[in-house]
Design a protein around this ligand. Sequence first.
Ligand SMILES: [Zn+2]
Length: 210
Amino acid sequence: MADRMTKEQRHRCMSHIRSRDTRPEMAVRKSLFAAGFRYRLNVRTLPGTPDIVLRKYHTIIFVNGCFWHGHEGCRHNVIPQTNRSFWAEKIERNRRRDAAVQARLEALGWKVIIIWECELDPVRRGDSPSRRELTLASLPERILQNARDSQEERESRKRAVEEYRLEKKMSAARKRYRSLDMSDRYSISPRIAAESSAGPQDDDWTSELD
Ligand SMILES: [Zn+2]
């Protein structure tokens, strides 16, 4: 069967497919699943449509390509010599968008873990573990720590709200007590207290001016 797609159409189609289910992301998912974590993928209802969402642990994981997301100081993030300003601008835009997405997610109470593609490099030298093995091995503890931190933050927020409510109640009680105390000490009748707090009458002043 003849291939009817133009070169550009095919490129667009391929790059679209590649943005989901990329191999580095699959490695992360497999390792999480094997460690007993359960997650949702590409959650559209959250800012930035996160790759991996672990709701129980209040954690979101993005697996970012070093070039497209502009991994700083990374050898995979080399701006091409041709159309340099075009690429630099495009990648800077991606970086700004990523930062905005992360801020929005954190404002919603999520912890965000960014895993760079270079951290999932499967190449190993001799007996030493690969970067991928090291990254994946550290992931469960990072996720559990997020869950603990987020639990602590929720509890401290709750305590702050309770303290605020208690303080409001006490200040109202103090006010009531002070007003009772004053009227008692000077035996001011409620009628006189009401009149004196009404202020001087208009005709008091006019008579003095005459
Ligand atoms: Zn990198």
